[in-house]
Write a protein that binds this ligand. Structure first.
Ligand code: MF3
Ligand code: CO
Length: 252
């Protein structure tokens, strides 16, 4: 991770928009491909092929030793689930997280996909997680602080009694997948208000919201983050750019 928050030029933001488009289109393809009986490894293959066909590189592959090109996290898995032989079942929710590098710039985004008939209560969790992102980025305007985004995401989740994951956070993004600043999904006195937002900052805002408590653990594979109470969790992420007006979403 580079040390300082970087301000991107208009040219750089255009480059990030191009990388973001690859990520967005990969996610759309995954949304069409994910169905009962499909394995998460098959989805990994589809995504990897598509990203490369765009002349981009899947940024997750080999990132700190991560073995696959996307993350697929089912039900109680929060994030960083590793694609494999698991066959999607009716009623599952599947979070897919995709990152791509195009011409040196990164895009990073995630969606939670409903597989077949999902229980009403779980569907609601998925909808609210997306809503939390949009509430968060209403605050992503120049002059506000990172904590204004965090507080808005947290308030949205708490309104529904959900657990907000605290162990993982959003992040700056650009020529690296993870740049400063951290973008928590909760407001924390100890962290203060965080950096102020300026036009040209690019960040990934990514609420990870649990139906039950906020507590998570990591499986023995060293990657997969799961809820401790085994209740479902949803994830929704986009890369955005701070502008002089409303934030620009680069992966939607
Ligand atoms: N999108 C994830 C993040 O923001 C990255 C996945 S971790 C990886 O942290 F190891 F798979 F790359
Ligand atoms: Co991210």
């Amino acid at each position: 991770m580079s040390e300082r928050i970087t301000i991107k030029s208009q040219r750089e933001i255009e480059a990030m928009k191009a990388a973001g488009a690859v990520v967005r289109d990969t996610l759309l393809l995954l949304e069409k491909s994910a169905a009962v009986g499909v394995t998460t490894e098959e989805l990994n293959r589809i995504a990897d092929d598509y990203i490369r066909s765009c002349g981009a590189i899947p940024s997750f592959l080999n990132y700190e030793g991560y073995p696959k090109s996307i993350c697929t996290s089912v039900n109680e898995q929060v994030v960083h689930g590793i694609p494999g032989g698991y066959k999607l079942k009716d009623g599952d929710i599947l979070s897919v997280d995709v990152g791509a590098i195009l011409n040196g710039y990164h895009g990073d985004a995630a969606r939670t996909i409903l597989i077949g008939n999902v229980k009403e209560e779980v569907k609601k969790l998925v909808e609210v997680t997306r809503e939390c992102f949009f509430k968060g980025i209403e605050q992503a305007v120049a002059g506000n602080h990172i904590a204004d985004i965090s507080a808005a995401v947290e308030a949205c989740a708490k309104e529904h009694g959900y657990g907000v994951v605290r162990d993982l956070v959003g992040h700056g993004i650009g020529t690296h997948m993870h740049e400063p600043p951290e973008v928590p999904n909760f407001a924390d006195r100890a962290r203060g208000r965080g950096p102020r937002l300026y036009p040209g900052m690019t960040i990934a805002v990514e609420p990870m919201i649990n139906l039950g408590t906020a507590d998570v653990a990591v499986l023995k594979d060293g990657w997969t983050v799961v809820t401790r109470d085994a209740k479902p969790s949803a994830h929704y992420e986009n890369t955005i750019a701070i502008t002089t007006g409303k934030p620009e979403i680069l992966t939607l």
